[in-house]
Design a protein. Structure first.
Lengths: 328, 367
């Protein structure tokens, strides 16, 4: 079981990487518009608790007739909308009211963390202890594609995951095509690179930034739902996101703002996060050192990118800068 | 932009306010806090409690008795200290979001001397050595991203953010391995409590960190406002090119300012381990470095205003502990309320800097 070169390790890496991938893809979309939203952690909390609330209250209302698939769909939609709402707060403050992006993002993380824990625990208190979703909903999040997952080797390696893993991969592919091969994606990138030029070319900078940030926030929120529904089996655990939103911010840099590289990067970071379970070097004492490897790798990439100055792997030129037409 | 078409006046347009009377600005900010509390109150009402009662208990539980007041002050000390640490960096538009890590770096260095030198140094010397070690370690941790920013323009926001988690992992490593494991009640590894010689003395019932932080606050106000270095920071923040044209060594200013910023954060780390908790834990920084950024920014980087904002957030946090026991509202309500207050205060600055002109009302002259 605990072998580094086993199918089990790859599966664990994918399962650990999927929530990071959602967080990262959402943040890539956001940052491509020039908005550096440091609220990923907060939006993941919001998405996580909203997903749980959606599934739980649907089951309470539908009673025994509740279907696991419907609960999962409702959870997904709720998670996306709630996290997108968090991103909307950020957008209103930074784009319309011209507040500082770093500070607003941190405020969103503080708010989202409090909101998630408060609602998650208040739901538990109201239900008399803790909330739990039904077995049929859990089984949807345990996943696996029928028939195909029973194939030898490839079955487990490729077809044994829940729908969110495939959704994450799909989002990565779509986002990659959108950014690199569509007119709208080109416009969006120009907004992040040079909003003044984009504005002069007739691109509605405000609309692009709002939409990219809100949709990106919603995508990030799905990562939070993955943690709550799949990893924790539909139970709210205090402080459950535990910094994964910040790892997602790191992963954006590690992937140098490319959805395709984010796909590989999330597998690497996911693998690193479960590595200690499959290695016998140093045991638990060295576990915290394994945990900081992703951050060190990110710093190395960040420095390398800034020294090499290759055009393809730079941050969006106007990342973190607000755009006010009259103050150009 | 088509030329010569007759444009209708938009429904609402903006005009920059040149100067707004101070009283009016503070009235807008007070209104924002009030609105934030109303919004938070609505959420409390949704949870099934009487918001006015809950708020009253929060004030009572954070300021009511001298014992709880001391707890509140204890929470405000690191928040104010870290906010003051961030001020020079932000004034330079160097987005140092690494105070969290710089606090921990200072805490680690101070803890090293507390754990291994407590027997061999007299108490005053030990405390001074711990403070200096904390300042140096925090300063170096702040200096690293500054060196790369000055040389290659490496993005400092992301760099300082990553450094937080590297040093946090190192604290966990020390806790589980070399400096532990002294098992606490739950069986988790923890670093032993410091020898009493390594603990800060108290004044008025709270560790003397409050005096140190207030002194640093006053010094920072003078440094930013009246010193040559403070002026250089302001110029680099406004325009790097102007600074270069004026013959300033911008790289040097960036490095020096970040060493100062990290150093003060490191001092806060020393106060945390030696004054507040008596040992190093992974919660020594506990998000203070992040919250302090919002404190510094809302105070418009004015150290004296930071005192008020740090106090407000400390009251919210301590008050939330009280309402958890009284009403079983999870203490996480503090984070959410803090977030709401921050949102409103961030938003209200817009209405201080700009005024809205509704269509047809015409251009008003300055009041």
């Amino acid at each position: 079981m605990s072998n580094l070169f086993s199918i089990a390790f790859v599966m664990a890496a994918v399962a650990a990487g999927a929530p990071l991938l959602f967080g990262t893809l959402g943040e890539i979309l956001t940052e491509k518009s020039g908005n550096l939203n440091l609220g990923v952690e907060g939006m993941m909390y919001m998405g996580g608790v909203a997903g749980l609330a959606g599934a739980y209250y649907y089951e309470q209302m539908a009673g025994p007739a509740a279907s696991g698939v419907t609960a999962a769909v409702i959870a997904t939609v709720c998670a996306f909308l709630c996290a997108a709402f968090g991103a909307l707060l950020y957008s209103v403050l930074t784009i319309t009211l011209r507040a500082n992006q770093n500070v607003t993002g941190l405020a969103l993380t503080i708010f989202g963390t409090g909101f998630g824990n408060l609602v998650g625990e208040a739901m538990g208190n109201a239900a008399g202890g803790f909330v739990a979703v039904s077995q049929s909903t859990k089984s949807v999040f345990n996943g696996g594609i029928p028939v195909l997952q029973d194939l030898p080797v490839v079955g487990k390696l490729l077809f044994s995951y829940n729908y969110l893993v495939y959704l994450a991969v799909l989002v990565a592919v779509v986002l990659s095509l959108f950014l690199n091969h569509s007119r709208l994606g080109l416009n969006l990138r120009s907004v992040g690179e040079n909003p003044g030029t984009a504005d002069a070319a007739g691109i509605n900078v405000t609309a692009y930034r709002y939409l990219a940030t809100c949709i990106g926030g919603g995508i990030s929120g799905l990562g939070g739902m993955y943690i709550v529904m799949a990893q924790q089996q539909g139970v709210w655990v205090h402080n459950c996101i535990a910094g994964k939103g910040w790892i997602a911010v790191a992963l954006v840099i590690f992937a140098t703002w490319s959805p395709a590289r984010a796909l590989a990067g999330s597998l690497v970071f996911g693998g690193l996060s479960v590595l200690r379970l499959y290695m016998n070097w140093g045991g638990n004492r060295l576990a915290p050192i394994y945990d900081i490897v992703p951050y060190i790798a990110t710093v190395v990439v960040l420095i390398a990118v800034s020294i090499r100055q290759r055009r393809e792997s730079q941050p969006p030129a106007n990342l973190g800068n607000a755009y006010f037409r009259e103050e150009r | 932009m088509s030329v010569h078409t007759e444009h209708r006046e938009p429904l609402i347009r903006l005009a920059k306010r040149d100067d707004i009377p101070r009283a009016q600005a503070w009235a807008i900010r007070a209104a924002a806090i009030l609105l934030a509390l109303v919004t938070g109150g609505l959420i409390i009402a949704v949870l099934g409690h009487n918001p006015i009662q809950v708020y009253a208990s929060m004030v009572e539980g954070s300021l009511g008795k001298s014992r709880v007041l001391r707890e509140t002050v204890k929470k405000a000390i690191p928040l104010l200290g870290a906010a003051v640490a961030i001020a020079p960096a932000f004034k330079m538009k160097f987005w140092n979001i690494g105070a969290e890590g710089q606090i921990l770096a200072g805490g680690i260095a101070a803890s090293y001397f507390a754990l291994f030198w407590a027997d061999s140094l007299p108490r005053p010397v030990l405390l001074v050595v711990m403070a200096v070690a904390g300042i140096l370690a925090g300063g170096v941790w702040g200096l690293i991203p500054a060196v790369f920013k000055a040389r290659w323009g490496t993005n400092e926001t992301l760099f300082t953010l990553m450094l937080n988690y590297i040093v946090l992992g190192f604290v966990r490593y020390l806790q589980a391995g070399p400096w532990g494991p002294d098992l606490n009640a739950n069986g988790y590894p923890k670093i032993p409590m410091f020898d009493s010689a390594a603990l800060l003395p108290k004044a008025l019932g709270v560790h003397i960190g409050w005096i140190i932080v207030l002194a640093v606050t006053a010094l920072m106000f003078g440094y930013l406002k009246y010193s040559k270095q403070g002026y250089e920071i302001a110029v680099v923040g406004e325009s790097v090119r102007t600074a270069q044209y004026a013959g300033m060594n911008v790289s040097h200013i960036i490095r020096r300012t970040m060493f100062l910023s990290g150093g003060i954060a490191g001092l806060v780390g020393f106060l945390q381990v030696s004054g507040a908790s008596g040992t190093l834990t992974e919660n020594t920084a506990g998000g203070i470095g992040f919250t302090a950024i919002t404190v510094a920014w809302l105070a418009k980087l004015n150290p004296f205003v930071m005192i008020a904002i740090a106090a407000l957030l400390a009251i919210l946090e301590k008050g939330a502990d009280t309402i958890q026991t009284l009403y079983t509202i999870p203490a996480s309500a503090a984070d959410m309320l803090t977030g709401i207050v921050l949102f409103f205060m961030l938003g209200c600055e817009f209405f201080i800097s700009y005024r809205l002109i509704v269509r047809g009302k015409g251009e008003r002259t300055h009041e």
